[in-house]
Design a protein around this ligand. Sequence first.
Ligand code: SF4
Ligand code: SF4
Length: 163
Amino acid sequence: MAKFHAYRNLKICTKDCLCLFVCPTGAADNETGQIDFTKCIGCGACANACPSRAITLIPNKMPSQQPHDEKVVKALFKVANTKIEQIKILKGLLQNTKEEQEQKLYKALIHANKVGIEDLMREAGYMLPESKNTHELLEELKEKTPSKKEEIIKLLEKLEVNE
Ligand code: SF4
Ligand code: SF4
């Protein structure tokens, strides 16, 4: 199996098409606009040729995550908790107003706080599919939601723990 595969960022691809000419396998020439992973051998010729730097080589096997430092984890949860507190306050405010502009503001702040928590957790490796806590959460959900048990088991089989 190739060590890398190429990924094209369609938002910055300027369609110069040099990648199509240099690719030895035809993987870069795909009707979907994305590179065909089944044909890509990870040689990097497309990434080197691309004038827009729109192609990145992604390792097929990610390195293990670094151990989580206790101090950092504490600080992380402290920040996340302040965001959760803000969401609670904002939800209360939202319930108590009928004014449209105010409602929009509270909704936007709730959304921003949720996105902030997600970003924090992801950056810290706490929401990565391969992290141990994701598996623990799925194991818990598997027991709590019998109707989804089968699907969660399938998902767990596909997610390799890499921590
Ligand atoms: S060479 Fe770069 S800019 Fe041109 S089509 Fe390929 S990815 Fe897009
Ligand atoms: S990495 Fe190599 S094989 Fe893969 S798309 Fe780019 S040029 Fe083609």
